[in-house]
Design a protein around this ligand. Structure first.
Ligand SMILES: [Zn+2]
Length: 488
């Protein structure tokens, strides 16, 4: 056995351990950053680099964070270095919001956790596990140690409620006084709860009725709070991480400019299916889509500083913005038509023949209406008619989608009444896919009405989303370069 002097250390499960040594796992951090640089220089696809960071690099330090007193400065530096790389792999400019890095894949982010958050979660979870340990002797040692720390802080014997207040990071009343705290797991858990509490609203609570210590945190999918009791101790880590991810998602959706599209695309996993493995997505689409969704494309109307001409370079419209280019600039009407038809044809191909006779983009015979619904499925025997109109609106928050759907439905209401008076049972549907690949959750009812099989439904959603993104990228590129991106 080696004899260690003061300041010397050995690596115990990744943590430098010894007398008076810095326990920050700097070696592990350096190796993670070195490997992230190597990943950056590798020939992997950008989504593979992100996946490798999330799967292989970050977990290396997760265990070590649990029991080490990790200094914040090296951890924050590592976080910044990783964030810069992930933003580069997403082809985002410097001014893009950084929350996107920490948002999960299913909501359209890179799903790379922040090391600082992981450290706080590990600290709170470790303290909670010790205090609720089923082994009585381990639990008693932990409780006594914590009681001693709180006693030093408030200079009296703490009650159980005082202990919860201490761990929540309170600086009120007795807890304001400086008790000459030494750094310990308990002081670290207190600091971590205070930091996270400010952002996500978690805190420790003591229940007199049940005589148990719990952690209270906001629910992930609904309003209100949930309490993690000792019986549910295994869930705390997952719930804390989920709440932090929701915090980033909410923060991004609330941004007045960069959150507009995100509010719509984060609603459905199908809108972000390509983030995990780049399915149905070419590199050019990948380079375009993230900056487009965050409204960071260099268009005349999107650059705020200076006295630049904000007019559209193709049609002279006063403000050249992405919604104008993708859904408003009539120079691209042919490409819009093709984008619309690509989505429409996916559905036409999937319609089962038993549903009835299908007509595409033609007036309904026997009516005097000039309307040409995109898809009409008529079953003369059962006397049923299914009208489906496909539309590609811009994702200007959920309201734009609601308005687009209502407009489509009201457009065909008179025609539907007319057909109903002739004895048909009529159903009118609108299928909405955003110009930047947002799948409207209400579309699922349309696919159900069309009796598309459950296996193909999932695939079709993803294909339609990717079609919209590919065409919008072509329209944008043509707008900037003047070169047509498709075969005429
Ligand atoms: Zn224009």
């Amino acid at each position: 056995m080696a004899c260690l002097q003061e300041g010397q250390f050995y690596q115990h499960l990744g943590t430098p351990t010894g007398i008076r040594v810095e326990t920050t796992p700097t070696d592990t951090l350096h190796k993670i950053l070195r490997d992230a640089e190597l990943l950056d220089r590798s020939l992997l696809a950008p989504w593979q680099k992100i996946d490798a960071t999330h799967t292989f690099l970050i977990p290396r330090i997760s265990f070590t964070l649990r029991d080490s007193a990790v200094a914040k400065v090296p951890l924050n530096k590592a976080d910044s270095a990783i964030r810069v790389l992930v933003q580069k792999w997403l082809y985002l400019p410097q001014r893009a919001c950084t929350d996107i890095v920490y948002v999960p894949h299913r909501q359209g982010g890179a799903n790379v956790p922040r090391l600082g958050d992981l450290c706080d979660v590990a600290c709170i979870t470790h303290a909670f596990r010790l205090l609720t340990c089923p082994d009585v002797s381990a639990r008693t040692i932990a409780e006594n140690a914590l009681r001693g720390v709180v006693r030093r802080r408030i200079a009296r014997d703490p009650t159980a409620a005082d202990i919860a207040t201490y761990l929540s990071g309170s600086l009120e009343g007795d807890f304001r006084r400086d008790g000459g705290d030494l750094s310990s797991l308990w002081s670290r858990a207190r600091n971590a709860t205070r930091r996270l509490g400010k952002r996500i609203g978690c805190r420790w609570v003591w229940s007199e009725a049940r005589t148990e210590l719990s952690v209270m945190l906001p629910r992930i999918t609904a309003q209100g709070y949930t309490t993690v009791t000792p019986a549910a101790r295994a869930l705390l880590e997952r719930l804390l991480k989920g709440t932090i991810r929701r915090h980033y998602t909410d923060a991004l959706a609330k941004r007045p400019d960069q959150g507009k599209v995100f509010e719509v695309t984060s609603k459905q996993e199908a809108s972000n299916h390509f983030l995990r493995a780049g399915n149905f997505t070419c590199f050019a689409d990948w380079r375009f889509i993230h900056r487009a969704r965050l409204n960071c494309v260099p268009l005349n109307g999107a650059i705020r500083h200076g006295t630049r001409d904000t007019r559209c370079r193709r049609c002279g419209y006063p403000l050249e913005t992405l919604p104008h280019v993708l859904c408003g600039c009539t120079t691209h009407s042919e490409a819009w038509r093709r984008r619309h038809n690509a989505i429409q044809n996916r559905l036409v191909k999937a319609l089962p023949p038993a549903l009835g006779a299908v007509t595409v983009d033609s007036p309904i015979p026997g009516t005097n209406s000039r309307l040409r619904p995109d898809i009409v499925v008529t079953d003369e025997q059962a006397k049923t008619i299914l009208l489906i109109d496909v539309t590609v609106p811009f994702e200007n928050r959920m309201t734009a989608f609601r308005v687009a759907r209502e407009k489509k439905l009201s457009k065909y209401s008179q025609l539907a009444d007319n057909l109903q008076s002739r004895g048909y049972s009529v159903a009118v549907h609108a299928l909405l896919v955003g110009a930047l690949g947002a799948w409207d959750p209400e579309n699922d009812a349309v696919l159900e009405a069309c009796e598309v099989g459950p296996c193909y439904t999932g695939l079709m959603r993803r294909l339609m989303v990717s079609d919209a993104i590919r065409w919008s990228r072509d329209i944008y590129t043509e707008h900037i370069t003047g070169h047509c991106q498709y075969n005429i």
